[in-house]
Design a protein around this ligand. Structure first.
Ligand SMILES: [Fe+2]
Length: 254
């Protein structure tokens, strides 16, 4: 029996591009339980709206979801966080305006997917850490700038960022290039967490965790590290996969 933690999931109904209805949200929650998840961080998008009104809407939908899960008997513990677009605006917000992952100082941050890394990226990440925040880079394998220049991600990790890769990327949900980058990041030991980033049931159905567990340390990336993060404990680094097969795969970009 697995006890996985999903740090990145668009589970709240009628908030962002996640489930439109409570029934859809419950179906996604049920699918997560079937995949072995016991705890999920609901991470609605924060693009530019950090207003009290938006956050109140999120909290209301979160309460309704928790009640509906209990009523339906779905054994899934849900806590609140957010997926935040990295911009300098974050530096002007008060701590209570930032959607930290429940009870922690961690922020799940996304970078633009189809553009060069913004010039302010390193500076904002550095300043956030000076303010006591722990940045987590969401799905770097989906960022074109990082696909063509993985060393940039290494720089962000050296700056103190943690890295979350989508396990759906490993399963090919976003195409071959994203899949190849995700595999390379894991083989290079560059990920601290895997997560679903699921918006609806169909995305989860693309992933076969049992198959991925034969190749990657899911126990560390879906259980030990996310659990440690939620408990405000240090997370572990992956060991690099230096087997001859991994080296050959890297050489031929398989
Ligand atoms: Fe997301």
């Amino acid at each position: 029996m697995t006890n996985y933690f999903d740090l990145h999931c668009h589970l709240l109904p009628d908030v962002d591009d996640g489930p439109a209805t409570m029934a859809d949200a419950l179906a996604l929650a049920q699918a997560l339980v079937q995949q072995g998840f016991s705890t999920v961080v609901a991470t609605p998008h924060y693009l530019e709206d950090f207003s009290q009104r938006y956050q109140a809407q999120i909290k209301q939908q979160y309460q309704l979801l928790c009640e509906a899960l209990q009523e339906a008997g779905v054994p899934l513990h849900v806590v609140l966080g957010g997926e935040i677009l990295l911009t300098p605006v974050l530096l002007d917000l008060a701590p209570q305006e930032l959607p930290f992952i429940a009870g922690t100082k961690s922020l799940l941050l996304e970078l633009p997917l189809y553009q060069a890394l913004p010039s302010y990226t390193e500076q904002v990440l550095f300043q956030l850490q000076l303010q006591g925040c722990q940045p987590i880079i969401a799905h770097p394998e989906r960022c074109q700038a990082l696909q063509s220049d993985p060393a940039s991600l290494q720089t962000l990790v050296q700056l103190g960022c943690l890295v979350q890769v989508n396990f759906t990327s490993l399963s090919g949900l976003y195409g071959k290039r994203v899949q190849r980058t995700a595999k390379q990041l894991l083989n290079d030991g560059m990920a601290h967490f895997l997560a679903s980033d699921s918006h609806h049931v169909k995305q989860l159905q693309k992933a076969n965790l049992q198959s991925l567990a034969k190749q990657y340390p899911l126990q560390l990336l879906l259980q030990e590290n996310p659990k440690a993060l939620l408990n405000n404990e240090p997370v572990k680094r992956m060991s690099q996969n230096r087997t001859p097969l991994a080296a050959l795969k890297k050489l031929f970009r398989l």
